[in-house]
Ligand binder design. Structure first.
Ligand code: OAD
Length: 292
């Protein structure tokens, strides 16, 4: 069995970061691998038999919107059959308790679905936005007050498979599974073609998302870089921002990446095994079985 334990010094840093709400989880495709979502790179990766320039650029969409939508429809269906795993769930529970924040490069929505599940576990059936403080914590190290609603939402740096953006009026809307008709989707307002609301190669990331992510990275006492090959700029700079600000970076990935030699520690294990172990016992007030 893979060893997912941290040295004592790092364990106490993680505990302290969670207690202060200064832990940042930065995730990539590998966190969803055990849910059944294919990664991009590597022997089984989606870029093995496909070229990003044919499917994930604005030029590709202008050239052949149907081919691009077919690929995205396949990915939407594939992801819709997957469930969040123990890594998504452990992060969601701690995010809900105010211990950490999540920045993801993933467009699969599994962090959001884990958050919904964690809210249900927590007996929170009110999906309102009251921002009311939660119950006081006990000795688990969780912050004593629930953060305002919205704090737990991940920053989705590369967008979402389940949203569209109009190619003309730019309006962005939810695009839940089952909406497809086989024809190219069109904007209900201006009737122009809709595109997936994801960031393609050659496009800029939303400035507000980037700003927030780098701010969180520089405030973080500990950043966990989870399941990312750490090669796609500018997201790949997030852990380096934490390091430059004097914080600690722990990488969770079965393989080495360009980040590995800079990180303070490399947990060479899968996300579903390592993330719950690294975060330790679940925050108080969230029920269910204990993490492995
Ligand atoms: P990659 O496919 O580049 O990298 C996935 C990483 O996950 C690899 O380093 C694997 O070793 C690791 N991995 C695989 N299984 C794992 C597991 N069970 N637990 C933990 N780690 C595991 O995916 P990203 O780094 O997310 O961009 O790729 C970054 C961006 O490149 C994506 O957001 C996408 C892609 O092209 C856009 O679409 C703009």
């Amino acid at each position: 069995m893979t060893d997912v334990r941290l040295p004592d010094e790092l364990r106490s840093q993680v505990r302290q970061a969670l207690a202060e709400g200064r832990l940042l989880a930065f995730s990539g495709a590998g966190i969803s691998a055990e849910s059944g979502v294919p990664t991009f790179r590597g022997p089984e990766g989606m870029w093995k038999n496909r070229r990003p320039e044919d499917l994930a650029t604005p030029e590709a969409f202008r050239r052949d919107p149907k081919a691009v939508w077919e690929w995205y429809s396949w990915r939407r269906r594939r992801v819709a059959m997957c469930e969040p795993n123990q890594a998504h769930l452990a992060l969601a529970r701690w995010a809900l308790a105010g211990g950490l924040r999540v920045v993801t490069q993933n467009v699969d929505g599994l962090h959001d679905r884990a958050l919904d599940l964690a809210r249900l576990e927590d007996g929170d059936t009110d999906h309102g936005t009251s921002g009311a403080p939660g119950p006081a914590s006990d000795t688990s190290g969780a912050p004593s007050r629930r953060p305002p609603r919205g704090h737990a939402e991940p920053v989705r740096l590369h967008g979402s498979l389940f949203r569209t953006r109009c190619t003309d009026c730019q309006v962005e809307e939810p695009y839940p599974i089952g909406r497809e008709t086989g024809a190219l989707p069109t904007c209900p307002t201006c009737h122009a073609t809709l595109r997936p609301a994801v960031v393609w190669f050659g496009e800029a990331l939303a400035a507000s998302d980037l700003e927030r992510s780098f701010e969180w990275a520089s405030e973080a006492r500990v950043t966990l870089s989870i399941g990312t090959s750490a090669v796609v700029f500018p997201a790949s700079q997030i852990p380096f921002t934490t390091l430059a600000a004097g914080g600690t970076v722990i990488e969770i990935n079965p393989a080495a990446t360009p980040l590995t030699e800079h990180a303070d520690f490399h947990v060479r294990a899968s996300a579903a095994a390592a993330v719950p172990a690294v975060l330790g016992s679940r925050p108080s007030g969230v029920s269910g079985s204990d993490p492995a």
